[in-house]
Design a binder for this molecule. Structure first.
Ligand code: ADP
Ligand code: ASP
Ligand code: MG
Length: 413
C-alpha cells in the first residue's frame, strides 16, 4: 500500500465546513487503498490570535518562550482533534496526535525549534491498526518534554519530516492555491502555475519570501530527497507542482519566478568613520541581540566618512534601531535613520547562472515605472532589490511581464 503524507494549511481547515471537505477527500484516498498520515495547521488566523494574546505579557525570557510555545501549539492540536472528529463522523477510523505523541523530538530553541529525531513507532502502530493518524503540525517536544514550535509556517516542516522518517511515497502539501506559481497569484493575475520546480529554485523562492512552502521544509526535503508536491485542497484531481531533484535540465528558464518579502526594515548609519573594524562593530552589536541581518550596503567613503545600511526582519526593527543609537555614539557616527516601509523583491532562476542581462532587464523595468531601487544584492541564482513598500505590487507585475513569465520556458531575449 502506498503511503502519503497529506498536509492541510490554515485556510484548508479554516472552518468546520472546510474540515468536512478535506475529510471527505481523505476518505476517498483511503478507500482507494492509500495509507495516509494527515498533518494539519491551526485554523486560519488562530496562530496570529494566540500570538497577540501572548503579547499581552511583557516578558521575553526563557520561561516566556516556553509558555508561548505551549499556547501556540494548541491551535494545531484543536485542528487535529476537529479533523479526527470529522473523519469519524463519515466512518473513517482516525486518531489525533500532538507533536509529542507523534514522537517528534526537537532542540530547545523555543519558537524556532529544529526537529532532531522522530520516533515513528506511535504512527506505525496507528497505521497498523488501520487508523488515519492526524498529527498537529508546527510542533514537537524537547528532550525534557517541553512543547516547542517550529517557526511560522512550520506545519510544512512537520509534514516533510514525517514523510522522510516514514519513507512515504510522496508528501502532499494541500493549500489554498493550485500549486507553486511564477509569483504569488494573489498579487499578479498573470502568475503561471508551474508543473514542476527544482529544489534549488524552490529553496531560493521560499527563502526570498514565497511563503507557499516554509524554507525549512524545503531544506528538509532536499536533505532527505522527499518527493514533495504542492496542490490545492479546494479542487480534487489537480496535479499541482512537483518539487524535483533533477539538475542540468536542458530547457531551464533563465528566470523561474518573482519572490517578495514584506517583512523587511532598513537601518542606515550616516557619517560612519571609514576605517577598518567599523562594520564588525555595527554587525556585532546587532548579532549580540540575536538579530539576523539580511542585506548590507556600504557606500564609497568620502572625507573619511561613509554610510552603512542593512536590513533586518521588520519585527526586529525597533530593537535594532535602539541598539544602533548606542552603537552610533560608540563609533562616533553622525546619525541613524530607519525605514520600516520597505520590501524586498527578487528575481529567481537557476538559468541566470549562465546568462547575462537579467539585472539590466530588471532595473530597466523598475525604472520605467519610476521605482527607486534602494539596495541591491545578487547571487548566481537571484537578484534582490529593496524598494518602497507602496510599489510592491507594481514591481512584481512589471517584472513578471518583463521576463515574460506568463509564457513558460523561453530562450535568450
Ligand atoms: P497554508 O495555510 O496552506 O500553509 P500559506 O498561506 O502558508 O498556506 O501559503 C499559501 C500562499 O502562498 C498562497 O495563498 C499565496 O498567496 C502565497 N504564495 C506566495 N508566493 C507564491 C507562489 N510563488 N506560488 C503560490 N503561492 C504563493
Ligand atoms: N499555524 C502556524 C502558522 O500560522 C504553522 C503553520 O500554519 O504552518 O505559522
Ligand atoms: Mg503555510
Amino acid at each position: 500500500m502506498p503511503l502519503y503524507v497529506h498536509k492541510y494549511g490554515g485556510t484548508s481547515v479554516g472552518s468546520i465546513e472546510r474540515i468536512r471537505h478535506i475529510s471527505a477527500q481523505i476518505k476517498v484516498a483511503k478507500e482507494a487503498g492509500d495509507n495516509i498520515i494527515v498533518v494539519v495547521s491551526a485554523m486560519v488566523g488562530e496562530t496570529n490570535r494566540l500570538v497577540s494574546l501572548c503579547n499581552s505579557f511583557e516578558l521575553n525570557d526563557d520561561l516566556a518562550m516556553r509558555e508561548q510555545d505551549a499556547v501556540l501549539a494548541s491551535g494545531e492540536q484543536a485542528a487535529a482533534g476537529l479533523t479526527t472528529l470529522a473523519l469519524a463522523e463519515i466512518g473513517v477510523r482516525a486518531r489525533s496526535f500532538t507533536g509529542l505523541q507523534a514522537g517528534i523530538i526537537t532542540d530547545s530553541t523555543h519558537g524556532k525549534a529544529r526537529i532532531v529525531d522522530i520516533d515513528t513507532s506511535p504512527l506505525r502502530t496507528a497505521l497498523g491498526a488501520g487508523d488515519v493518524p492526524v498529527v498537529a503540525g508546527f510542533q514537537g517536544a524537547t528532550a525534557s518534554g517541553s512543547i516547542a514550535t517550529l517557526g511560522r509556517g512550520g506545519s510544512d516542516t512537520t509534514a516533510v519530516a514525517l514523510a522522510a522518517a516514514m519513507a512515504a511515497d510522496e508528501c502532499r502539501i494541500f493549500t489554498d492555491v493550485d500549486g507553486i506559481y511564477t509569483t504569488d497569484p494573489r498579487i499578479c493575475d498573470k502568475a503561471r502555475l508551474l508543473p514542476s520546480i527544482t529544489l534549488e529554485e524552490m529553496l531560493e523562492m521560499a527563502s526570498l519570501g514565497s511563503k507557499v512552502l516554509q524554507t525549512r521544509a524545503v531544506e528538509f526535503a532536499g536533505k532527505y530527497r522527499v518527493p514533495l508536491r504542492v496542490l490545492s485542497s479546494m479542487h480534487a484531481n489537480s496535479c499541482g507542482t512537483l518539487v524535483h531533484y533533477k539538475e542540468n535540465i536542458m530547457e531551464q528558464p533563465i528566470v523561474t519566478g518573482i519572490a517578495f518579502n514584506r517583512d523587511e526594515a532598513k537601518i542606515t548609519l550616516i557619517g560612519v568613520p571609514d576605517r577598518p573594524g567599523i562594520a564588525r562593530c555595527i554587525l556585532r552589536a546587532v548579532a549580540d541581540v540575536n538579530i539576523n541581518v539580511d542585506m548590507i550596503v556600504q557606500n564609497i567613503g568620502s572625507d573619511g566618512y561613509t554610510d552603512f545600511s542593512f536590513t533586518v526582519h521588520r519585527s526586529d526593527y525597533e530593537t535594532a534601531m535602539r541598539v544602533m543609537q548606542h552603537t552610533a555614539t560608540d563609533i562616533s557616527a553622525g546619525s541613524v535613520v530607519g525605514n520600516a516601509n520597505i520590501v524586498k523583491v527578487s528575481v529567481v532562476g537557476i538559468g541566470m547562472k549562465s546568462h547575462t542581462g537579467v539585472a539590466s532587464t530588471m532595473f530597466q523595468a523598475l525604472a520605467e515605472k519610476d521605482i527607486n531601487i534602494q539596495m541591491i544584492s545578487t547571487s548566481e541564482v537571484k537578484i534582490s532589490t529593496v524598494i518602497d513598500e507602496q510599489y510592491l505590487e507594481t514591481a512584481v507585475r512589471v517584472l513578471h511581464d518583463a521576463f515574460e513569465l506568463d509564457k513558460g520556458v523561453h530562450e535568450d531575449k
